[in-house]
Design a protein around this ligand. Sequence first.
Ligand SMILES: Cc1ncc(COP(=O)(O)O)c(C=O)c1O
Length: 473
Amino acid sequence: MLDPSADQIRDWSNSVIELMAGYLGDLRDRRVYRHMSSREIRDALDSALPTKGIDFDGLLKVFRDTIIPFSRQNAHPRMFGYVQSPGTPLAAFADLLASVLNANLTVWRSAPAPVELERLTIDWIRQILGFNAGAGGLFVSGGSIANFAAIAAARQAKDYLSGRLRIYASSETHFSIAKAAALLGIGRENVRLVAVDERFRMRLDDLVAKITADLEAGYVPFCVVANAGTVNTGAVDPLAEIREVANRFQLWMHVDGSYGAFAVLAKSARKLFTGIDQADSIALDPHKWLYLPVDVGCVIYREPGIARAAFAHEAEYTRIISEEADEAFAFWDYGPELSRRFRALKVWMLLKGVGLDRLGEAIESNLACARHLESMVRGSDDFEMVAPVELSIFCFRHVPVQLKNESPEAIDAFNERLLVALQRDGSSYLSNATLAGRFALRGCVLNYRTTLRDMEILLDDLRRVARSLPTST
Ligand SMILES: Cc1ncc(COP(=O)(O)O)c(C=O)c1O
């Protein structure tokens, strides 16, 4: 098992490919989710410490009979929860090949061609965003670490020992920003939450007021985080205007585009991102709206030299001896990780194999699905929108006729029960958001398999499941 022959490898791969093709072939007919307990899964797994191994078929059987059925089917076209990509077979093969080569992308000499491929792919992403030619960055595990790396660089750009630092971000900002501030010693309490407008976008008047008040109180404002697609509603903050404020107060402008930034590839959304190319840094996740399997996030810095000042670390065991500048390149100088998997392969295979035109079409179709849902909800008398659709996220609630005159709390409680019942039903899957104190059903279309018809099925599923629920507890 440890060192299979070429024939054994062929045998194994035939079984795996058969399983993969079968799984993806009938995905639409599966339930997205089923109710399950931790105990049920543990009971199904052989927990004995394995002193002797078993054969490959035995391992695959556990995957097929236990792991698949006791998983949420994230590639299902009606998996609308959170910000979940479906993955794609091309990337599954890329992940396999990356593990076969087992390249470790620390420095150029450790993995020359993989490092060049990452630099090339990062440069394509830079071009997609319209950043200046000198900008650069790297792949990381996801948006949270990309945000962390960017805030570390932002701090480096300021004389950060001169006083208590402050970051500004809208109240809709993902929690990874506060977490980064905590981990970097800036402190969660120094992330100032800026108020949002009726479309959940950062309010510039409140941003300026907060910065001004902090300056007067002796704090050191150093960074503003703008959202290019908030996690709750998909709101895109006014990027060009935030850049102006950042310039006025000499702040680093970071854009969290983890969910939304790849929507620049869709013509109908492009205008929302005006000014994105002027950011000092951006986080964006190929494992979200480029449909790739986890884990691959990305951070791009306008001036990579500043990130280098934040991350570079000299140690004798990593000293690069007698190399030219290009070949002395080290990713560890630009981010928090040392050993790094060959994440670039799946991004490269996707961009090169599928092409930007087709990816733009797929994103456009996701946007159309969310807009279709919004127009059906607005045209119905038993659903209502809780936030406008900006990208592919939709927040709404079910208000059947018998609940029309009930209190907002009763409608919240009903929708909470409805969400749990929908998830257990398994035909469609939503998650939730709290917006202006009200509970919302929340969905995000992030799958090239999802069609307009799936959005209609979602509403039918909700009506069907709601009929089986009592309207009050
Ligand atoms: C806007 C935003 N930022 C950051 C993140 C964190 O990304 P990750 O889960 O890849 O760490 C998310 C995750 O959904 C997100 O939506």
